[in-house]
Design a protein. Sequence first.
Length: 344
Amino acid sequence: MTTTADTGPEAGPDTEPVPQTAGQAAGRAAARRFTRLHDFGIVLSVAAIVVALSLTTGTFLTTGNLVNLLDQAAVVGLLACAATVVIISGAFDLSITAVLAVSAIVAVVVTTHAGVPAGVVAAVVVGGLLGALNGLIVVTVKVHSFIATLALSIMYRGLAVILTAGAIVYPPEDRLQAFQALSWPTVLGGVTASSLLFLAVAAVCWVLLSRTTFGRRVYAVGGNEEAARLSGIRVGSVRVAVFAISGVCAALAGLVLAARGGSAQASMATGMELTAIAAAVVGGTSVLGGEGAIWRGLVGVLLITLIGNGFNLLGWDTIYQQVVQGALILGAVSFDRVLRARRS
């Protein structure tokens, strides 16, 4: 006796329902219950931290701290959007912070010679091109994305050192104020422009993944690359597009960081790619691809940012913060493993 498999974004746009045994269907039903349990657990964890910090500190719920919390989440959030899209497609991008650095440096250099608008556009274009190059290399050379983007990350960091001669670069003084516009507070309760940019990018990525044919293809490629290819999806094109999106998100994060400091350098955001991947995984995006959502990554970002904010407000040693984050990642990966086993 067989039943028809559930379909959704993960199934791809052009695939037919796959017959399953009753045991497989029961396994998928159990996995769905586990997924709902995970969603409830991660949201409950965030709520518990919010309540705990509200009761133990007198500053957590102040407008200044909440605005600062959102601003702190902006860069990691933009990188988490990039990481989530790539991981859902079944790949990894360890070069996002190197792309961030190169894009920020290009923004400063072009701003110096052609103005702030040109610098912003140049940074985004460079980010998109470097991301697309990542995708082309992964697709054509057929090296695992983890290794390929790790090597490319080292190359891009080297390029950043060459562009800056190992120094910190600054925009001209007469253009510095305009260059730092993303760090300005807005009329919306003092929320910074970078926070609004982060929320806008997250909304665009969410629509792209959940409401478009391209998004369904991303899920299909991540879920089963060979089945996606046999169903007529151009897997290579999807992969290149996904990495290009990742590059654009990284470039925007670079603009935010450069605007905050009024400068750029080759070592910007070193190691932050791991935090972004951690946020995506902790939020519920499967490291094996084919499953996840932007909102899950955002919950992961919120959880990690809340932990950091809590350590600062309570005056705890930040060394233990890394231990907590590592435990969260291990727990999320272990849960994903159990979930996959129940579906098989």
